[in-house]
Design a protein around this ligand. Structure first.
Ligand SMILES: [Zn+2]
Length: 88
């Protein structure tokens, strides 16, 4: 099942385009965004969005974990830099 959630793309909206085929979901989502939000996504753009999602398939938790890891890594690097500054 392929899913595109309007909310995930920055809209305050609970619309979900669902289907078994990419072209089907793209059509639904494009129709919805142009009718409800007055935005025309090109098919290329929607295809890109879908490809990104299926590649990462990240849930909100995954995103949080990813951000936390990135922050931890940055903190580690900063400590390392400070350490090196103190002890050249
Ligand atoms: Zn919407």
């Amino acid at each position: 099942m392929i899913k595109l959630v309007c909310r995930d793309y920055g809209f305050e909206c609970d619309f979900v385009a669902e289907g078994t085929m990419v072209s089907e979901v793209m059509e639904l989502f494009a129709k919805h965004t142009s009718e409800e939000h007055g935005i025309r996504h090109s098919k290329d753009k929607i295809q890109f969005m879908l490809r990104n999602r299926s590649k990462n398939n990240m849930s909100k938790n995954d995103v949080e974990n990813f951000v936390n890891k990135a922050n931890a890594e940055r903190n580690r690097l900063e400590k390392w830099k400070i350490g090196r500054g103190n002890f050249p």
